[in-house]
Ligand binder design. Structure first.
Ligand SMILES: [Fe+2]
Ligand SMILES: [Fe+2]
Length: 351
């Protein structure tokens, strides 16, 4: 069967088995045949080995530290600025209403990407009876730890592209036009660095198979070139696109956090679960705040910052306006915080 073959090639053998269980019913459903479609609870309760969320000594060390004669360690180029707990807990999924045809185009394209990601990773809404009211409501399907990691890794492998492309193009523009950039480049490159750290963290928990790596390679090829052309044509629409994409990232991590809180992801709630060291060092996670939920709160807050930054940059004049987030303001006024406004700051609020 096509669906089974596709699933088996997607990742390493264990992952393939997991993915097969999630993808096969979806593909069967889309082909208008419900034969073999198992109930959700049955799919989720199948006895499977969760290789991805427990200490796994067999996993390849993807980025071992290079020992040299003189260097003790290499520090992150962009140390994380940190969050208060209140800032992280106050992040919620929000949406900037579409106002222009450019917004509409960006939003529809993001929705298409989201639909493709949902279909391929099995995250979709399913009916559930609300015990309080007795009414049937639609809720996100419960994924297991490995299914979440497949989604996170694929998502983060492309999330680091836009900032790098935009930063690179603005860098070249500045060189070519002999003009100042006004502080945009560093924020954009830092965003791509931050996204790559998300990926590196998840890579400590899961080992993708060769098919998934091929999918990532292909997606990067398409996405990089798409972003390159898009940013050349319209930085405004491209930043809006990334802003909407980050809205979806906040939504995805919120769903994962809610499933942990509801007790559906036992491996990640286990006392034995350890957050990767790279994450503890990067976010400077304090003792007693190093659970998977804590890690996802940090990552979700990062995505909320990207959401605010990109929506704001889309509202500015890309050729002339300084980057407000790294600017020093006149008088007592402080630079705005991107996490504080999900829909981004309007130009007249920050210029
Ligand atoms: Fe991310
Ligand atoms: Fe992001």
């Amino acid at each position: 069967m096509l669906s089974t073959k596709a699933s088996i090639k997607l990742c390493s053998p264990t992952q393939a088995a997991l993915l097969s269980r999630s993808v096969t019913p979806l593909l069967q459903q889309s082909a208008l045949t419900y034969a073999g479609l198992r109930p959700l609870t049955e799919q989720h309760n199948v006895a499977i080995r969760h290789f991805s969320s427990s200490p796994a000594p067999h996993l390849k060390d993807w980025f071992p530290r290079k020992e040299t004669e003189h260097i003790r360690r290499t520090l992150p180029a962009w140390p994380h600025h940190g969050y208060t707990e209140q800032e992280m807990l106050s992040v919620v999924p929000e949406h900037r209403p579409v106002k222009t045809w450019g917004d509409w185009t960006a939003y529809k394209f993001v929705k298409l990407c989201r639909w493709g990601m949902d279909v391929s990773t099995g995250l979709r809404d399913v009916p559930k009876v609300d015990p309080a009211t007795g009414k049937t409501v639609m809720v996100p399907r419960i994924l297991n730890e490995s299914q979440w990691l497949i989604r996170f890794i694929f998502l983060e492998s492309i999330a680091g592209v836009p900032g790098m492309v935009a930063g690179m193009l603005r860098h070249l523009h500045s060189l070519r036009k002999l003009k100042r950039d006004n502080g945009w480049i560093e924020t954009l490159l830092e965003e791509s660095y931050n996204e790559r750290l998300h990926l590196m963290t998840f890579m400590r928990l899961c080992e993708p198979g060769w098919f998934m790596k091929t999918m990532i390679l292909a997606a990067q090829g398409v996405y990089f070139n798409g972003m390159f052309l898009s940013y050349l044509i319209s930085p405004k629409i491209t930043h809006r696109f990334v802003g909407y994409l980050e809205e979806e990232a906040v939504h995805t991590y919120t769903t994962a956090i809610e499933q942990i809180e509801a007790g559906h992801l036992e491996k990640w709630s286990s006392q034995e679960f350890e957050v990767p060291e790279i994450a503890i060092n990067y976010w400077r996670m304090p003792e007693g705040k190093r659970t998977m939920k804590d890690l996802l709160l940090y990552i979700r807050a990062d995505e909320a910052c990207h959401r605010g930054v990109n929506h704001t940059l889309s509202n500015l004049n890309a050729d002339e306006d300084p980057n407000p987030f790294v600017s020093e303001y006149k008088g007592e006024r402080q630079a705005p915080s991107p996490i504080a406004k999900a829909t981004g700051f309007e130009r007249n609020e920050v210029m």
